[in-house]
Design a protein. Structure first.
Length: 149
């Protein structure tokens, strides 16, 4: 097999750079302001809404608890007192067989601090409805209401 001829490649010389000077050594022309001056509101970071995939995972975990396939403490960290009470009241209502499958969530944002979603939960040939309300508490989104039919 014949070899390809080598090409000479020119490598440029590296120019010497002078030391960098601080860019803002003198007085700044930029306006000085404090965060409190922005319409009187203090800026703070809030947790962004969960993705559809995360919402579906939560719905599937709740469906598994409702079927008795996993213990309720699996989702307890994502619920406040009232939501957890609603979950315990409906726990075991699906029955163990067959395994439940939560469909895609249908999501509404009634306020920036709340998410309402519903799922179709399939257990074999039977379909059930699962509705949940999530509210923002700091950077966490907690389930505050749960309804299952």
């Amino acid at each position: 097999m014949p070899q390809r001829p080598r090409r000479n490649v020119h490598v440029p010389a590296v120019a010497s750079a002078r030391p960098a000077e601080p860019p803002f050594a003198g007085p700044s022309d930029a306006p000085q302001w404090l965060p409190e001056e922005l319409d009187g509101k203090i800026l703070e970071w809030r947790g962004c809404p969960p993705s559809l995939g995360r919402l579906r995972e939560l719905g599937q975990a709740v469906a598994d608890v409702l079927a008795g396939r996993c213990p309720d403490h699996v989702v307890a960290s994502r619920m406040n007192g009232r939501g957890y009470g609603d979950l315990l009241a409906a726990a075991g209502s699906l029955g163990a067989l067959p395994a439940p499958r939560a469909g895609e969530p249908r999501v509404q944002h009634p306020t920036p601090e709340a998410i309402e979603m519903c799922f179709t939960v399939w257990c074999g040939e039977r379909a059930h409805a699962l509705a949940m309300r999530l509210e923002r508490h700091g950077t966490l989104w907690l389930c505050t209401r749960l309804e299952f039919r």
